[in-house]
Write a protein that binds this ligand. Structure first.
Ligand SMILES: [Zn+2]
Length: 469
């Protein structure tokens, strides 16, 4: 009896709640924000009739919406009303449009401090110590130095030290990457003792035996890589100058790495397997697959609160299966919903001697952009050696899945910056564009993305073999 009453009560409660109008706004995530744009998008889901500032909102699949609102300068009050069975719910958003474009902070020149007479000395204290051409985060990345590199400085600006080196561009490093610099009178002579070559199954190595770890840069151009060691003492001429070493590829470049083992600088470049089977080009190829985000890092969120991390994982798992079935040796960052650090992913790809790294994502859009205009499939790369692969994948996904080609882009992400393996990041489609989001929800579509990526990698491997020197 009590049970029946409880059931009836619950049912009434449920029906009562259900008859209320509701609207769940996913983006923007704050009801009060300031942007520098003439448009704002609202996305969310509902079971009611929704109006934004009295304009009816189009409901996709009868349940979600992505609606843009024009903004005037100053304060914009935006009322979102859900109506169902005569009941309404209202939410108010205050979006302020900036009167003037936001000023980009200009690093001021007068903070520059130069040390006259003496020179400062220190060492990098961690791997991936970034050297930039400008004393700010806005400066271009020149090189990521490993731990233990000896550096000399001749100036300081803010939190950055200027490296004393004969270079076309100035070289700056943030103080967090180095030990507290100490003053010294003269530089210690750096000498290249000898250079030798080695090889193993995956790489060719060039080993520079030095008197101590010196500052270096690597510059990539079409078929060449220029390694520069700074401030090397030449015993014959008794001069100190930069030591340049050109690695000629004469074929599309694969991955490469530069690091220290004690006082030996090791440059290694990846090799293509000797034999590539026309019918099974992926056989024996090491490939790393990365499903973007995971765990509490959800990635972008769809109008129905489906998380990007889950779609990425689904595509990645399909891709892993397809690559394995083609004979590739596949390693991956995650095979379930778990958090993995960005650098952890990169190190895992290196540890597995991957020739190629593929990171899978779905795209998001910043506030102030129009989701109906900006959409499509994109592939991101950072190093020149990944452009060919990026172009092949981008073209194939657009053609195979009949989705707008949004091009390849040079982008500085942790998952694209690594020069080894050849690294690309795929933004398969936009979660905020209704048509593309409906496709991403479809299992066949996701599987076909995986198929298209696998086909692209095959095409890339055959291209590499054809153009091998
Ligand atoms: Zn993502």
């Amino acid at each position: 009896m009590i049970r029946n009453i409880l059931i009836t009560f619950s049912l009434l409660l449920f029906l009562g709640l259900y008859s209320f109008a509701y609207v769940d706004i996913v983006y923007p995530s704050s009801q009060n924000l300031t942007i520098n744009s003439d448009i704002m998008f609202f996305s969310g889901n509902t079971d009611s009739n929704v109006k934004i500032n009295s304009n009816p909102v189009k409901l996709w699949e009868n349940k979600f919406f992505v609606h843009t609102v024009p903004l005037k300068y100053g304060k914009n009050v935006i009322k979102i009303t859900a109506e169902k069975n005569g009941k309404t719910e209202e939410k108010v958003y205050i979006i302020t449009r900036n009167k003037l474009p936001l000023n980009k902070a200009n690093p001021s020149k007068n903070l520059y401090k130069s040390f006259s007479g003496s020179i400062l000395f220190s060492k990098t204290v961690k791997n991936d110590s970034t050297v930039r051409d400008n004393p700010s985060l806005a400066g271009n990345r020149i090189v990521d130095l490993p731990k233990g590199v000896n550096l000399y400085f001749d100036a300081k600006q803010g939190n950055y030290y200027k490296i004393n080196a004969q270079s076309e561009t100035s070289l700056w490093i943030h103080k967090s990457n180095i030990n507290n610099p100490v003053e010294i009178k003269t530089k210690i002579k750096a000498i290249v003792k000898n250079i030798n070559n080695r090889s193993d199954k995956h790489y060719d190595y060039i080993r520079f035996n030095l008197s101590y770890p010196v500052m270096f840069t690597l510059k990539q151009s079409d078929n060449k890589l220029k390694l520069t060691l700074y401030g090397i003492y030449d015993e014959e001429t008794k001069n100190t100058k930069n030591f340049e070493y050109i690695v000629d590829y004469n074929s599309p470049q694969l991955g490469y790495d530069c690091y220290y083992e004690g006082n030996t600088l090791i440059f290694k470049k990846a090799k293509l397997p000797e034999i590539i089977d026309d019918n099974a080009p992926l056989k024996g190829i090491n490939i790393f697959v990365d499903a973007g985000h995971g765990g509490h890092e959800k990635g972008t969120i769809s109008p129905e609160r489906i998380y990007e991390k889950n779609i990425n994982l689904d595509i990645a798992l399909d891709l892993i299966d397809l690559l394995k079935a083609s004979g590739a040796n596949v390693s991956y960052s995650r095979s379930h919903d778990t958090k993995v650090g960005l650098y952890e992913r990169v190190h895992s790809a290196k540890k597995n001697n991957a020739l190629i790294s593929i990171s899978i994502h779905c795209n998001s859009l910043p506030y102030g952009k129009n989701p109906y205009e900006k959409h499509g499939t994109e592939v991101h790369y950072y190093n020149d050696n990944a452009k060919i692969l990026a172009d092949i994948i981008n073209k194939n996904i657009a053609n195979d899945l009949n989705i707008k080609l949004n091009g390849t882009h040079k982008s500085s992400f942790v998952l694209t910056r690594s020069t080894n393996p050849v690294s690309v990041l795929i933004e398969t489609a936009y979660m905020i564009n209704p048509n593309e989001y409906i496709l991403l929800k479809n299992g066949y579509f996701r599987h076909n993305i995986a198929k298209s990526v696998k086909k692209s990698i095959e095409e890339y491997i055959l291209f590499l073999r054809q153009n091998k020197s």
